[in-house]
Write a protein that binds this ligand. Sequence first.
Ligand SMILES: Cc1cc2nc3c(=O)[nH]c(=O)nc-3n(C[C@H](O)[C@H](O)[C@H](O)COP(=O)(O)OP(=O)(O)OC[C@H]3O[C@@H](n4cnc5c(N)ncnc54)[C@H](O)[C@@H]3O)c2cc1C
Length: 402
Amino acid sequence: MPIADQVVVVGAGPVGLVSALILARANVPVLVLEAEPELTRDLRAASFHPPTVEMLAELGVADAMHETGIPARHWQIRDRHGHVVADFDLALIADETPYPYRLHFEQFKLTPLLLARLQAIPGASVRFGAQVAGVTQDADGVTVRIGSPDGEEKIAAKWVIGADGGRSTVRKAANIAFDGFTWPERFLVASTTHDLEPAGFRYASYIADPELWAAIFKVPHEGPPGLWRIAYPTDPNIPEEVVLADDAIEANLQKLHAIPGRWPLHYRSTYRVHQRVAETFRRGRVLLAGDAAHLNNPLGGFGLNSGIHDAVNLADKLGRYFRGEGGEELLDRYSRQRRAATIEQVQAMSIRNKRMMEERDPAVQRERLREMIAIAGDPPRAREHLLNTSMISGLRRAEAVD
Ligand SMILES: Cc1cc2nc3c(=O)[nH]c(=O)nc-3n(C[C@H](O)[C@H](O)[C@H](O)COP(=O)(O)OP(=O)(O)OC[C@H]3O[C@@H](n4cnc5c(N)ncnc54)[C@H](O)[C@@H]3O)c2cc1C
């Protein structure tokens, strides 16, 4: 079998498509293999931090995102009694980014924008209904095995990028450990048309409470007035159909914020949440990015953002490698830089955020919230906090990793 000079990207999620688009723009032949018959439309991430919007602007999709996306300039922490504990204004970092806000825009609306750009570039191709079943490699190249009802097919490549999500077949085929843990509770996400803005909620709001905490976001949905998405933890001992029942959700939403009448519900689901990091993001010719390389809880909105940061870092280095601007050490550097950003920032911040929201000891929680009040009330500290939580500082620190 001839060893093709292409890069195969496994997975047409946002991370795979960003990787492929950057490589294609750098004239690297790229083939994306996606198991599903079309782009997936499930409701997942919807919050883009400023540096991620900058990266997507480079790829020419930010204008379209802004057409319907909701800029969330402020975010806040509240208690369950309706008091605002701390309120942060991203205008404090307007000198650091052209996008001093979180842009709320559903992930499933981003992937079609990326796909359209990718498909317009000669030398790039995307195959749907192509489920990768295995990957083997030797010193010269990689063989990607696709399973289909009609049999098996083998595809040759120089490099493979596993952007095939948390259960990554590519990661498993390369024997890369994925250590970490799974939180015991499932998270429930419900969305509602009830407008929380008149009650003082910001478009990104967190309710800290030892019994029932929540993360609340306004998302564009099908256009104004949009939807409010509310995520809270559920008891792992209670069956899924019970926590998802109308009355159970109604009772919890009323506890989080009492309204007259019932909460109008639009959508609901539960999901499990993990904190895991691959032991390396590179093994030989196999490279990992996005959820295939790391998973974290959603508090802080780091999952998709950090996956896109991986994709940009990796595709840029692979492009340089193909142009002869460096050797394989570029790819080891990718692994070191993005693993450092994942472990030191994304994992640390998302775990800290969750602990703060759910702290059961009232004295400890009071102390942590007092700390947030102090930070929010002190502009230099608030600015530093915003640079961290917007992932700007983390990206700069990772860039400095050799
Ligand atoms: C409910 C929820 C809310 C979230 N909220 C946020 C948020 O607010 N902010 C944030 O930053 N992150 C959030 N996340 C996380 C975010 O959605 C993920 O980090 C993101 O989807 C990762 O993108 P990805 O491209 O790496 O993987 P995925 O989006 O999972 O894409 C992987 C692709 O690979 C394909 N695939 C899988 N296996 C194979 C195979 N064997 N062969 C071929 N193709 C394959 C899949 O079909 C899929 O299309 C949330 C996640 C969930 C579940």
